[in-house]
Design a protein around this ligand. Structure first.
Ligand SMILES: *[C@@H]1O[C@H](CO)[C@@H](O)[C@H](O)[C@H]1NC(C)=O
Ligand SMILES: *[C@@H]1O[C@H](CO)[C@@H](O)[C@H](O)[C@H]1NC(C)=O
Length: 286
């Protein structure tokens, strides 16, 4: 009896070892997936700050560079949202801290947003087209260096020199506020002769928006162009604002004519508030 009991115990011990291994393996897998999920979360938050400061410098065989060039290889992740119009999305372009500092800086300067008027238009007749508040602010006015960093990064992402950019136009949209669809470039037939033209627009979302507030491109890939679009409805390609993310689109074709599909607007904010910094980039220095 004693002998048999021992053998049974021995058998149990033999069984126990694989079970322990199996459990260890399960914990290992759980840990692995857990850390992947956590690292994804962290990436959207603060820990990319260091990388961003260094413009995501990468290891690699860099080339000897010109006098105005850079010594290392870097990358700025992007997604092509559309070819018609040419629109690019840049996740995590700026940090949450940088966005917040821009918001705080601009708050005391906010005024109702103005509109460039076409021939025959008046301030009264254009009421309701653009209902946000905003302020212009240049990188040199920002002692924290956030706007300087963002401006340099925009120049690198677009390869359009900083000297071609207008000052940042920082806007706040409250619930119900919007910007009906429009072009950023000025058609001389409507606005008169232009000294220089806006080529591209870079939008940096400074806040998340709970609901609504998307940037919309109603004519993306030629859609909705023949339906008598009323410039108010929120249709077409929509880009949801996320704090720190960037959106770049070109208002002109490569041949310099206005891209009709670059028509865009800001859908009404339904819940929360929307903060965005816009940089318009021109074909001439300012
Ligand atoms: C985009 O527009 C082009 C030209 O009108 C058309 O041929 C193409 O099918 C469209 N693409 C999609 C995905 O609808
Ligand atoms: C300019 O380019 C656009 C898009 O490629 C084209 O549709 C348009 O006809 C061109 N206009 C001129 C004047 O070349």
């Amino acid at each position: 009896m004693k002998n048999r009991g021992k053998r049974v115990v021995g058998l149990k011990a033999k069984l126990r070892l694989p079970i322990v291994f199996f459990l260890c393996f399960c914990f290992f897998l759980a840990g692995l997936f857990g850390s992947i999920i956590i690292s994804h979360d962290v990436k959207r938050g603060g820990s990319r700050y260091k990388l961003l400061e260094n413009f995501e410098t990468e290891e690699g065989d860099s080339m000897p560079h010109g006098e105005s060039g850079e010594s290392s290889i870097s990358s700025i992740p992007f997604q092509v949202l559309s070819w018609r119009p040419r629109a690019l999305y840049f996740p995590n372009f700026a940090t949450a801290e940088q966005c917040q500092s821009v918001i705080e800086m601009v708050k005391p300067k906010l005024k109702p947003s103005a509109l460039a008027l076409r021939k025959g238009e008046s301030v009264e007749s254009t009421k309701g087209i653009r209902t946000s508040s905003g302020a212009f602010i240049s990188a040199s006015e920002d002692s924290t260096g956030a706007l300087d960093f963002i401006e340099r990064k925009i120049a690198r992402a677009t390869m359009l020199p900083r000297s071609h950019g207008e000052a940042f136009n920082v806007l706040r949209y409250d619930v119900g506020q919007r910007y009906v669809s429009h072009y950023d470039s000025f058609n001389p037939a409507e606005y008169g002769p232009q000294k220089s033209q806006r080529i591209a627009s870079f939008l940096l979302y400074l806040s998340d928006v709970e609901e609504g507030g998307e940037t919309m491109f109603p004519f993306e890939n030629g859609s909705n162009m023949d339906i008598g679009y009323d410039y108010k409805s929120c249709i077409g390609l929509k880009v949801k604002p996320r704090r720190g993310d960037g959106l770049l689109f070109y208002s002109l074709h490569p041949n310099g004519t206005i891209d009709k599909m670059s028509l865009h607007g800001s859908c009404s904010v339904i819940k929360g508030e929307k903060w965005v910094a816009t940089k318009w980039i021109r074909d001439n220095e300012r």
